[in-house]
Design a protein around this ligand. Structure first.
Ligand code: NAI
Ligand code: MG
Length: 505
């Protein structure tokens, strides 16, 4: 993900307010008001670096989703302020939201650090400021969503209108709570839809704070509703609601499959899925060695390995394999893991105990399957869900660690000989979200980029996600695209209007 080039600087030295931000919003946001859950139930949010409780949050379920969908439906009424608003005004509201997020970057980044455990520096520059750029990109799109006039046969005049889909349900994960929210609400709102969003149960706080900024920006009541809660209750209620016209989900393949079934069984609502990955990075002997080692390291260890696009299969040419492995181990060994509020920290803890346990079990399976554990492999420290940066060599695709998503700080380095062989092996996965090649040979680049099955291919770079470029997966990595112009297509329906005309026009 791209760091913003804006002039904003980290608010150093960190004050107590940055280290321990006051949590302002813990209720459900419906119709521009914060309300309690219908059931009266709450759930705890915990800091993964300290294992200390941060807040109790209202737990929304089906009854609350019903209320949110009713509000979102009313906001689309014939004479509602949102329905009758000029498209350019929708753009200005999105821009205003971007201004407010920028104003509060330091605070929002703090909230993200205490719930996700990600380093403050990343939360500030990547999560918050890259989301601001996404808002501004889609703000500009609001009044540029145009149809066509079509020269059809006969005496008719024909044009298309690109209309909002209606009420959009959005279910997001915990690894990038702010970008996931903004990637979904920004194009939905630019196109004139209304939203019912469920943040992940581990990380609801930033979404609730941004909900308050949405109100402050001047969005009419009901346009965005945020229902914190659990997947099988609040999430399933959104996916199966007959009043929701589209559902957009980011998370595991397992739940993506369920969401697709719920969408089909309820009202055949439209669907976007952004799911897992096992992305191959191919490094040739003619690549710049220092540069590619660093890029492959970052591709995997960024966000403690908790990225759908993590470069989690590092294919290295046999001529440089041993040296590449040794130097990747040396790099992993000096990666700074620790307090997310320390600006030198490169990796914080994993999200929670469930992720921590899953990753350690995957590491164990790697050893059992015969891969060579070169460093890490264990817990780091005694408190918090930290795992030491781990590197395996001698990995093959028949091992679980070479095939399944680990979603943790575990680099798997695989040996290959030829370009044709490595393309086949790269494509042998059920996933296809991203891929990359490091080489100075243009012929290899051309063949690889055309043959590899992935939604995004990077050449001599990685993690370079921008608002202007479409992002999403092929195969079981998902359906549909976020960001870029594609997102506008995903949040509009095309209506064809054909008029009888007296003469051909
Ligand atoms: P998950 O897929 O269970 O959760 C993602 C979102 O879906 C959350 O908001 C959750 O509340 C919701 N959800 C869960 N069950 C649901 C249901 N039955 N109906 C509707 N919504 C539901 O992912 P989880 O359990 O947090 O992580 C498991 C694994 O999934 C990770 O280890 C990782 O491999 C993968 N994952 C991939 C992500 C990505 O960016 N593509 C993000 C998060 C997890
Ligand atoms: Mg789950």
């Amino acid at each position: 993900m791209r760091r913003s080039k804006c002039k904003m600087a980290l608010p150093l030295p960190f004050t107590e307010a940055i280290r321990n931000p006051q949590v302002k919003f813990t209720k459900i946001f419906i119709n521009n008001e914060f309300v309690n859950s219908t059931s009266g139930k709450m759930f705890q949010v915990t800091n993964p670096a300290t294992e200390v409780k941060i807040a109790d949050v209202q737990a929304g379920d089906k009854a609350d989703v019903n209320k949110a969908v009713a509000a979102a439906t009313r906001a689309l009424d014939f004479d509602s302020p949102w329905q009758s608003m000029d498209a350019s005004k929708r753009g200005r509201l999105l821009d205003k939201l971007a201004d407010l997020m920028e104003r509060d970057t330091a605070y929002i980044a703090s909230l993200e650090v205490i719930t996700c455990g990600k380093p403050y520096r990343d939360a500030f520059f990547v999560d918050v400021l890259s989301s601001v750029r996404v808002l501004r990109y889609f703000a500009g799109f609001a009044d540029k969503i145009t149809g066509k006039t079509i020269p059809i046969d006969g005496e008719y005049f024909c044009y298309t209108r690109h209309e909002p889909i209606g009420v959009v349900g959005q279910i997001i994960p915990w690894n990038f709570p702010i970008p996931m929210m903004i990637y979904k609400i920004a194009p939905a709102l630019a196109c004139g839809n209304t939203v019912v969003l469920k943040p992940a149960e581990q990380t609801p706080l930033s979404a609730l704070y941004i909900a308050d900024l949405i109100k402050e920006a001047g969005f009419p009541p009901g346009v965005v509703n945020v229902v914190p809660g659990f997947g099988p209750t609040a999430g399933a209620a959104i996916a199966s609601h007959p009043g929701v016209d589209k559902v957009c989900f980011t998370g595991s393949v397992e739940i993506g499959r369920q969401v697709m079934k719920m969408a089909a069984d309820s009202n055949l609502k439209r669907l976007n899925l952004e799911l897992g990955g096992k992305s191959p990075i191919v490094v040739f002997e003619d690549a710049d060695m220092d540069y590619s080692i660093e890029k492959c390291h970052h591709a995997l260890f960024f966000n403690a390995g908790q990225c759908c696009m993590a470069g989690s299969r590092t294919y290295v040419h046999e001529d440089i394999y041993d040296t590449f492995v040794q130097r990747s181990v040396d790099r992993a060994n000096i990666r700074i893991v620790g307090d997310p509020m320390d600006t030198a920290t490169e990796s914080g803890p994993q999200l929670d105990h469930a992720q921590f346990k899953k990753i350690l079990a995957m590491i164990e399976s790697g050893v059992e399957d015969g891969a060579t554990l070169r460093c890490g492999g264990q817990r780091h420290g005694d408190i918090g869900y930290f795992i030491k940066p781990t590197v395996f060599s001698d990995v093959t695709e028949d091992m679980r660690i070479g095939r399944e998503e680990i979603f943790g700080p575990v680099q798997c380095i695989i040996k290959f000989k030829t370009l044709e062989e490595v393309i086949t092996r790269a494509n042998s996965s059920d996933y296809g979200i991203a891929a990359a090649i490091f080489t100075s040979d243009i012929d290899k680049v051309m063949l690889f980029t055309s043959r590899v099955k992935a939604g995004t291919v990077w050449v001599n770079c990685y993690n370079w996600l921008t608002p202007q470029t479409s992002f999403g997966g092929v195969k079981q990595s998902g359906i549909g695209r976020e960001l870029g112009e594609s997102a506008i297509n995903e949040y509009t329906e095309v209506k064809t209007v054909t008029m009888k005309a007296p003469a051909k026009v």
